[in-house]
Design a protein around this ligand. Structure first.
Ligand code: PBG
Length: 335
């Protein structure tokens, strides 16, 4: 028998704001808008149709044509940006194909810009790992160690080549010291003052990049521990942020996202420029694998994962789910 005599004088009942969908929507503190999403996309040289990436079900290595279609769709869906990664047919020790005007990435940037104009922000990965035969993000010295300053020389030229191809924004992801500064200076002296730099400021050495290696047919043996950040470090992210700001970063990024939400929050609290976060390949693969086994509700997990990144403080999010999220957003009228 229910009694209306209270057991206890309950003043606050947070459940009141959860009583029905309209109330929950009204009380929601965060939502993700398509304009905040950036679609990472892979384009491979020398293929005639898109190639599936086994460890990232639903993601492909594009042909230039299918990439252009994906970019047009990204515009149509109202996404904020598209981040391009190139996979060349031939690689060498210094990543020469990254500088060639008709190298796959520079060619793809030009083709995508011709397709989308200024209707979406066209971004390009500025790193050597896709272009080197050893798979490292820079060139190696005689001892086989990644040579910071020699790598910077190439990054500066890559930045100029990508800007000339039409990139609105370049994304240096190699974690070389000084990369933002040299790229900024090179862009400025080449007359590309208005091309912006999205700095991968706090990029950690993560096991969750695994599927990306398949996505770009990476040749890497060994690891990136001498240049990417140690996952145990928190304070260091603020140092990297400060350096990138001093060097002229227009936006900064934390990567990966989900295992680093504390870092994202730290950076978001102090950064005077917009903060981006990258939900990387392994984060995507984990959701897909668990959902594929029927262990989690895929769509709910996707939405929750991206919302958690927004809630932690990201102004924009790179995610392989960008197009799908935008389609859902449209269906649900933004809820
Ligand atoms: C380096 C780069 C990587 C990713 C983006 N840029 C690979 C790495 O640092 O090992 C990973 C993205 C992902 O895992 O989705 N060019």
């Amino acid at each position: 028998m229910s009694s209306h005599a209270p057991l206890y004088d309950l003043v606050s009942r947070p459940r009141r704001l959860r009583t029905n969908p309209a109330m929950r929507r009204f009380a929601a503190e965060n939502r993700v808008h398509p304009e905040e999403l950036i679609l990472p996309a892979f384009v491979k040289e020398g293929i005639s149709k898109p190639v599936e990436i086994q460890s990232m079900p639903g993601v492909v290595q594009h042909t230039v044509d299918s990439l252009k279609q994906a970019a047009a769709e990204a515009v149509e869906l109202g996404l904020g940006g598209i981040m391009l990664f190139g996979i060349p047919e031939t690689r060498d020790a210094v990543g020469s194909a990254s500088l060639e005007e008709d190298g796959i990435l520079n060619h793809a940037i030009a083709q995508v810009r011709a397709e989308v104009g200024d209707d979406i922000v066209v971004m390009s990965d500025l790193c050597l790992d896709e272009f080197t035969d050893h798979g490292h993000c820079g060139v190696l010295d005689d001892d086989g160690v990644v040579d910071n300053d020699e790598t910077l020389r190439i990054y500066a030229e890559m930045g100029v080549a990508q800007a000339q191809a039409g990139a609105h924004m370049v994304g240096p992801s190699g974690m070389m010291d000084g990369q933002v500064g040299v790229i900024r200076a090179a862009l400025d002296s080449a007359g590309s003052q208005d091309v912006s730099v999205l700095a991968y400021s706090a990029k950690y050495n993560s096991a969750f990049y695994g599927p990306f290696r398949e996505a770009v047919d990476s040749a890497l043996t060994g690891d990136r521990k001498t240049y990417q950040m140690d996952p145990s470090n928190r304070r260091e992210a603020l140092h990297e942020l400060q350096l990138d700001l001093d060097e002229g970063a227009d936006m900064v990024m934390v990567k990966p996202a989900m295992s680093y939400l504390d870092i994202l929050r730290d950076v978001a609290e102090v950064s005077p420029v917009p903060v981006s976060a990258y939900q990387i390949s392994g984060e995507y693969a984990m959701i897909e694998a668990a959902a594929g086994n029927g262990w989690i509700d895929r769509d709910a997990a996707v939405k929750e994962s991206v919302l958690s990144i927004k809630r932690a403080g990201a102004n924009s999010i790179l995610t392989y789910y960008a197009a799908e999220l935008a389609r859902w957003y449209r269906q649900d009228n933004g809820n």
